[in-house]
Every structure is written in structure tokens, then in C-alpha cells.
Design a protein around this ligand. Structure first.
Ligand code: SAH
Length: 223
């Protein structure tokens, strides 16, 4: 009886996830079939607290405790798509949070490196990612505004906390031709804009994508 109830519940989450892909991602501008397939596979509800699971597939961000949030599914998809990863990519994530974005990246890349400043979040993320069988995610508790120099250079860098200025160590840890997506809060009104940075031989090209709302980055980068 218990088992049957469990199955029905899983089926319900699976339906919600399918609807999330169709209604929130496909209907907007998520066209990369690999990104859609990755987000179809990752059980987002397992990354939030048990009592919030029913809300896991809604079209918005959610609290994950410690004053932090898991991004809206569309934002996760859009940032992932912007990175244009291949199966050979090594990518760095700043802000592990609950580990959901790391799981989506791990579906697409060869190796994911993810850093977080709140050790309790890293512990939780590590537990669930292990349970789900991910073997290509390496996590560490450290200030991500300094990147992860020992593992650099990276094909892609994804920053999931808003920086008041461009963290230069991250730019230097990007391979030539590599892409970084980062919410920058450089606007004098405190607005944040998702920015795509491509490292070139002699510098970077930058493109402002759209306005976003992320939690602020903590650490060296603070003003
Ligand atoms: N990608 C996450 C979303 C995390 S919210 C997910 O899928 O759930 C942003 C996270 O960035 C928070 O957990 C916060 O603690 C972390 N963070 C803030 N400043 C940081 C820094 N300097 N280095 C690493 N992580 C940081």
C-alpha cells in the first residue's frame, strides 16, 4: 500500500516536470534539446525540503533555507543554454545552493566543479547528488569570487549569485573561447542584469541578456 502510494506520487512529479518543460521552457526560448532533456531528467523536487515539494515545479524561485534560493526553472535552463556546453566541457559553478543547477550541468558536461560558502548547503547538496548517482560533480566550500584556480581553466563558468563588479579571477580562469554567465549588479539603482562574457585572445566580449534577481554574492567581491 505504502509502495503504491509512493509510485503514484512519483508519477505526479513526473507529470509536473513534463509540464514544466513544455509550458515554462519550450514555450519561451529554450530550444536546445539537450538542455530540455537534462531538465526532464533531474528530479527537481528532491532538491527542496520535503514540505515544499509540491511547489518544486512552479514557475518561480524557491527558498532553500539559510536565506538562499533555488532559481526559477526558466532561469536555470536559460543560463545553461547560454553556456553551449559539450560532453567534453569542464564547467565551474559559483553558488552550489541545493545542488539542482549542478545536477543539470552534470547531465551535459564532462566535469562540474561547484563552490559554495555555506558548508551546510554543500553537505546537503553532496548527499542528494550522491544518492542520485552523480559522479562528475566536485564540490568545495570556498569563496567563489576567487574561482577555483587549482582546477582552472574552464570551458564555462556559471555564477548563481549577483556580483557588484566583474570578478576578475573568474575571467582569467576561463579558457579562450569559453563562456561565463553572471548576474551583475553594477547598475546604480541596484538592478541586476544577466551578462554573458566570452573570453577572447586579447580580452572579453560582453553581452547583457536580461534583468534578473539573485541573492548577492558574499566574499572578496563585496564592496
Ligand atoms: N545554483 C543554486 C542557487 C544558489 S543561490 C541552486 O541550484 O540551488 C546562490 C548561492 O550562492 C547561495 O547558496 C549562496 O550561499 C552562494 N554564494 C554566495 N556568495 C558566494 C561566494 N562568494 N562563493 C560561493 N558561493 C556563494
Amino acid at each position: 500500500m505504502k509502495f503504491r502510494r509512493h509510485n503514484r506520487q512519483d508519477q505526479e512529479y513526473d507529470d509536473q516536470r513534463r509540464r514544466m518543460i513544455d509550458e515554462q521552457l519550450r514555450r519561451r526560448d529554450i530550444t536546445d534539446s539537450r538542455v530540455l532533456a537534462a531538465m526532464r531528467r533531474v528530479p527537481r523536487h528532491l532538491f527542496v525540503s520535503e514540505k515544499r515539494r509540491q511547489d518544486a515545479y512552479r514557475d518561480g524561485p524557491m527558498s532553500i533555507g539559510y536565506g538562499q534560493t533555488i532559481s526559477q526553472p526558466y532561469i536555470v535552463a536559460s543560463m545553461t543554454q547560454s553556456l553551449s556546453m559539450t560532453k567534453r566541457s569542464r564547467v565551474l559553478e559559483i553558488g552550489t545552493g541545493c545542488g539542482y543547477q549542478a545536477a543539470v550541468l552534470a547531465e551535459l558536461a564532462r566535469q562540474v566543479y561547484s563552490v559554495e560558502v555555506v558548508p551546510e548547503l554543500t553537505d546537503k547538496a553532496r548527499r542528494i547528488l550522491k544518492q542520485l548517482g552523480y559522479r562528475n560533480i566536485t564540490m568545495d566550500v570556498r569563496d567563489g569570487s576567487l574561482g577555483w584556480p587549482e582546477e582552472a581553466p574552464f570551458d564555462g563558468i556559471i555564477v548563481t549569485a549577483a556580483a557588484p563588479k566583474m570578478p576578475e579571477p573568474l575571467v582569467t580562469q576561463l579558457k579562450v573561447g569559453g563562456t561565463m554567465v553572471i548576474p551583475l549588479a553594477t547598475d546604480s539603482y541596484g538592478r541586476q542584469f544577466l551578462t554573458k562574457v566570452i573570453r577572447t585572445v586579447d580580452g572579453t566580449t560582453r553581452q547583457t541578456l536580461y534583468e534578473v534577481r539573485f541573492v548577492p554574492m558574499i566574499g572578496e567581491v563585496e564592496e
